[in-house]
Design a protein around this ligand. Structure first.
Ligand code: MN
Length: 432
């Protein structure tokens, strides 16, 4: 049994004076952090999602209501990024969460009965513009799902050589591109690039024909480490602020031609979409669970006994011009990941590499054992050999122009959901 660190903010019987629909991803037990503009042209600030509203923390802070959380006189939330808050570490995150939870409770009059202040601080989510939650300095993409690595390896090298010899000993990753990370709702153009068509003797330059999504989750780094001083696996969770949904858009034909010997490059750097609300590890604490058994046993610096995965259900949906209702492509779970977030961060820094607040570390495509839980079209259609049939008779091997990919995820227990909202992106035609 895990020794879970639960506190008052996790109680299932907590209720907010802000209405929260029964199936909401954002009950008072969640309190995810994000960055938003109240209206077009206004400046970004930090907020917390509650039901169908956002609580503007810059207003709460300015009114002095966060002084009991040790933040008197600061202006931590009157800015368009979470980086300064992420840098403070778990005890500050926890005291702000506790204070926000208290202020939103149905039996707490401070904000509930504050009239004008309450109306300034609580804004309908529909009316605000959600932004990237952090200034992301560096982005790394892992490859931590064994089922995904096995499936893709089987396609290209056969099942006997599917997993490379290093895979079960270290969390494989590549350094990604932070500049092209976009927030959910941003459309993405089909990339152009160099590919080698089957049977051709020379490569061609054209729009990618095989655009795919990858279902992933990512964590934001909180306090970083000094160059040369690795983050030990035991304390790694103290450096992790929270999780978001990630769509690591991929151009499979570009990837196939370019990836050897150094790994993906242009096939991945044209866009990566993330969900706007960062769900803290503290909010996810009730859902901490065991990941897959690790055999062979990892080296000591990666040893992570105990339950360090999370039970998070994940869905991918497809919207097309011709479909009346979105089509569910897959249903999986974050706890299928072989390497956990502590191991990823410990491994990333074992060389002495420094990470910084706001860095994003994505999991790699999350696939489970069942076909219905495969996290990308490459696997679901087995390289296009088994097309997906949609209800209106359309087929998909890879994404078509105009398709929208929607990812969502949530943990559920005790009558409430800790949800991630959605990560949505539309694929537009290649630019001329
Ligand atoms: Mn990926």
């Amino acid at each position: 049994m895990t020794d879970r660190r639960l506190n008052r903010t996790h109680r299932a019987d907590l209720r907010s004076f802000v209405p929260v629909p029964a199936d909401s991803h954002f009950p008072i037990q969640n309190l995810p952090f994000g960055v938003f503009r109240p209206r077009a042209g206004s400046s970004g600030r930090v907020g917390v999602a509650i039901g169908e509203h956002v609580l503007d923390l810059s207003v709460i802070e300015q009114a002095g209501l966060l002084s009991s959380a040790g933040l008197a006189g600061s202006s931590l939330f009157r800015q368009a990024s979470l980086n300064p808050f992420m840098a403070l570490g778990p005890s500050a995150w926890s005291s702000v969460r506790a204070r926000v939870s208290e202020l939103l409770r149905e039996d707490e009059p401070t904000l509930r009965d504050a009239g004008v202040l309450r109306d300034r601080a609580l804004l309908p989510l529909r009316g605000v513009e959600l932004m990237l939650p952090a200034e992301i300095g560096d982005y790394t993409d892992f490859y931590s799902s064994r089922h995904h690595a096995f499936n893709v390896g089987s396609m290209f090298r056969g099942p006997d050589n599917a997993l490379m010899p290093n895979w079960v000993h270290l969390p494989v990753a590549y350094h990604g591109r932070a500049s092209s990370i976009v927030v959910s709702g941003t459309s993405v153009h089909r990339p152009k690039g160099q590919t080698m068509p089957e049977g051709a003797s020379r490569p061609v330059y054209s729009p990618s024909r095989l655009v795919d999504y990858e279902l992933e989750m990512g964590f934001f780094v909180g306090p970083g480490n000094e160059l040369g001083s690795p983050i030990p696996v035991e304390g790694a969770a103290n450096h992790i602020f929270g999780l978001v949904l990630v769509n690591d858009w991929s151009a499979r034909d570009i990837q196939k031609w370019e990836y050897q010997p150094l790994g993906p490059f242009l096939s991945k750097n044209f866009a990566t979409s993330i969900s706007p609300w960062v769900v803290t590890l503290e909010a996810l604490e009730p859902f901490r669970c065991a990941g897959p058994v690790q055999d062979p046993e990892p080296l000591d610096y990666l040893a992570s006994p105990g339950e360090w995965s999370y039970d998070i259900k994940l869905e991918v949906w497809l919207e097309t011009h011709g479909l009346e209702q979105p089509h569910r492509l897959s249903l999986g779970n974050f706890n299928d990941l072989y390497w956990n977030v502590r191991q990823q961060l410990a491994h990333h820094t074992i060389s002495g590499c420094n990470v910084r607040p706001g860095d994003l570390m994505a999991s790699g495509t999350i696939s489970g054992a069942a076909k219905s839980s495969r996290g990308c079209l490459l696997e679901l259609t087995w390289r296009g050999t088994e097309p997906i049939e949609l209800s209106n008779g359309e087929q998909r091997k890879f994404l078509a122009d105009g398709d929208t990919v929607i990812m969502t995820g949530w943990s559920e227990a005790n009558g409430y959901r800790i949800g991630f909202g959605e990560c949505r992106g539309k694929l537009l035609p290649a630019q001329l």
